[in-house]
Design a protein around this ligand. Structure first.
Ligand SMILES: [Zn+2]
Length: 257
């Protein structure tokens, strides 16, 4: 299985619009971060987790066209706004449909801001016959995407919930400040864990570096990569203080499992 980090930035990316690099060194390409998303591939199976505002650029960089699905973690804008581009992507699907995997709350929120999948007036000549469609997921109930089994795990993200995903000995946990014991129990014996730390400062919705490192020390994955990095998280400065099996993610990072 191959996991590609399409984007490791926090909601507004690095640099911020207008070119504000914050504490990040602009001369290091690993500090240039698009919005958070990963691509998972094994054999003929290929799917993304989340589809944020930078999806168009990420799809071009990584030749993303036909997918077996898009999985959503939660409905914050930096994880769903790329849906705007799905009508254009569907031109490559012929008659194939595209499953969108989300829990009920996320589906409901996405439907408030995004009309495409239910619009009866869609121009078939322009967009083709393929359509996105919803598949509702429930935490702790595994589901199949292509040939891969995926386990969704409940997370706490401030006052809302989000979903993490475990696929074999890999897991992706972004946008959380904690999770229930049942989810922690499902994250044992990982080869690779991608987990968030938005910054070094505690906030109500995200984890911060000290807490994330505690989680990693407790779960003991073979390797961990930290994602959802804001513009205070300079790659070299933060990397210098990480344990030897812990790394910062960067856009384009490929992890082979
Ligand atoms: Zn969020």
């Amino acid at each position: 299985m191959k996991v590609t980090v399409l984007g490791c930035g926090s909601a507004y990316g690095v640099p911020l619009i207008g070119g504000d690099w914050g504490g990040c060194d602009p001369s290091n390409p690993k500090n240039r971060r698009t919005t958070p998303s990963i691509l998972v591939e094994q054999g003929d199976t290929k799917f993304m987790v989340d589809c944020g505002p930078d999806f168009r650029v990420q799809a071009e960089r990584h030749a993303i066209k036909v997918l077996d699905g898009i999985l959503y973690t939660h409905p914050h804008a930096d994880h769903i706004v790329g849906n705007f581009h799905l009508p254009m992507l569907m031109r490559y699907y012929d008659n194939k449909n595209l499953p969108l995997f989300a829990d009920r709350a996320t589906k409901k929120e996405i439907e408030k801001v995004w009309w495409f999948q239910n619009d009866p007036k869609i121009d078939v000549e322009y967009y083709g016959n393929g359509r996105p469609y919803w598949v509702e997921i429930i935490p702790n109930f595994p589901f199949m995407v292509g040939s891969l089994s995926v386990l969704p795990l409940l997370q706490y993200h401030g006052k809302m919930n989000s979903i993490g995903y475990r696929i074999g000995n890999f897991a992706y946990s972004t946008d959380l400040n904690d999770m229930p014991d049942q989810s922690w129990d499902q994250l044992k014996d990982l080869d690779v864990w991608i987990v968030e730390s938005d910054s070094e400062s505690p906030t109500k919705m995200h984890s911060h570096l000290e807490q994330t490192l505690e989680w990693i020390a407790r779960l003991k994955p073979r390797k961990a990569y930290i994602t959802h990095l804001d513009y205070t998280m300079d790659y070299d400065r933060i990397s210098a203080k990480l344990p030897e099996n812990v790394f910062l993610a960067y856009d384009g990072l490929e992890i082979n499992l």
